[in-house]
Design a protein around this ligand. Structure first.
Ligand SMILES: Cc1ncc(COP(=O)(O)O)c(C=O)c1O
Length: 388
């Protein structure tokens, strides 16, 4: 049998052999193989389970150490982190924000929470993240500068920010995107929800602009159960983000004085203690995930399915291993077979402009995004401790 003729049955057999189980295999389940329990128990014993816990500061420091970000602000999840990051970027009601249509719905939702409208541009075929070329074409042809700000010539609205996303942990063309944003006075807010442990050269994703956000949802590379982290390189913004994520309360021994509309978005200590244990084990998790990706790569090499790998000069965290089918029909046949047979596999997201709440948003045609939407599949990718 040639590799080219590999069937869905063959692929599932390989996945089962790799995960060494005949039971249900999830797409990405958390694995607590480090000292997570010790830190969670320590947090419980301290009774400081809310955001005043020392673990909140500890995870912020740890994330700064891992990413090289100057500042990090821990919040309850990645979605609200993006919301606050957009507010910190100065996005206001009636503004527009550029992003990709091929992303998880949270990216679009966070833009919507600010009252701004998304503009959906195409992604790059190899990175699956926002295409620098598509951004350049849009900014050069469809926008103009007025008083140092970028305006959409068609809608007349200000384009305040751009939120590109590092899809499945594969770094996008962030250097070129960052340069374009600077040239056109658009604030870069990286959606790095999926990309802890992913780098361009030796620079961590999420540190290319002034603001970014990571997610620590239960399905991510490392988890807080639920959690997020805003990264910023600006001290004033970091201070403001801490302030408004804790109801904008002025510190005082007993008075309740809040100096602006605030949010109850701060991460709780209990979540932070779990996350701290996970972050302490991040190197092992990344190592095992890279090995798993290597096994998949070897298996799919020369087959009809393309296994997606990191681009040269970048390091992907291989959060979700990704294959591309030749056709929509082949993709569907595989997804149906895998999910009916206890191996959880998922297609990439529906393009956001096809969802009812974003149907009127401006797009650039989204040719590449549509091709990827029809053919991309994620396969089981959990941390296998035995691979460390
Ligand atoms: C691309 C992207 N953006 C934002 C989020 C939102 O993160 P959270 O689930 O922590 O709110 C996620 C993950 O869920 C994501 O994958």
């Amino acid at each position: 049998m040639t590799k080219n003729s590999r069937t869905s049955t063959d692929i599932l057999a390989f996945i089962r052999e790799t995960f060494n189980t005949q039971e249900f295999i999830p797409l990405h389940a958390p694995v607590f193989a480090g000292e997570e329990k010790k830190y969670v128990m320590d947090c419980l014993d301290s009774t400081f389970v809310s955001s005043v816990s020392q673990y909140v500061q500890k995870v912020e420091d740890k994330v700064c150490e891992i990413t090289g970000s100057k500042f990090a602000v821990a919040v309850t999840n990645g979605t609200v982190g993006l919301h606050l990051a957009l507010l910190a970027a100065g996005v206001e009601r009636e503004d527009e924000v550029i992003t990709q249509a091929l992303t998880f719905v949270a990216t679009g939702n966070a833009i919507n929470y600010t009252g701004a409208q998304p503009v959906f541009l195409d992604v790059d075929e190899t990175t699956m993240g926002l295409s620098a070329k598509a951004l350049q074409v849009f900014l050069e042809n469809n926008t103009e500068q007025k008083n140092g700000a970028c305006y959409n010539k068609k809608s007349g609205k200000r384009i305040k920010a751009c939120v590109p996303m590092h899809t499945f942990g594969f770094p996008m063309e962030i250097e070129a995107i960052s340069e374009l944003c600077k040239q056109h006075n658009v604030v870069l807010v990286e959606d790095a929800a999926e990309s802890i442990g992913s780098f361009v050269g030796d620079k961590h994703t999420g540190t290319f602009g002034e603001l970014a956000c990571l997610s620590f949802n239960g399905n991510k590379t490392v988890t807080a159960g639920m959690g997020g982290m805003i990264l910023t390189q600006n001290e004033d913004l970091a201070k403001w983000l801490k302030h408004v994520s804790t109801t904008a309360k002025k510190p005082h021994a007993f008075e309740f004085y809040h100096d602006e509309i605030g949010y109850n978005y701060r991460m709780a200590g209990l979540n932070a203690s779990l996350l701290y244990g996970q972050l302490m084990n991040l190197d092992n998790i990344l190592k095992a995930k890279r090995k798993l990706a290597g096994l998949y790569q070897e298996y799919f090499n020369g087959s009809r399915m393309q296994f997606i790998t990191e681009q040269s000069g970048t390091t992907a965290n291989y959060w979700l291993n990704t294959i591309r089918f030749a056709t929509f029909e082949e993709r569907n046949d595989f997804l149906t077979y895998a999910n009916e047979n206890g191996v959880m596999c998922r297609p990439i997201w529906n393009l956001l402009n096809k969802l009812p709440m974003f149907k009127d948003a401006e797009t650039d045609g989204l040719e590449v995004s549509s091709r990827l939407e029809a053919t991309i599949v994620n396969i089981p990718s959990s941390f296998i401790p035995e691979l460390v």
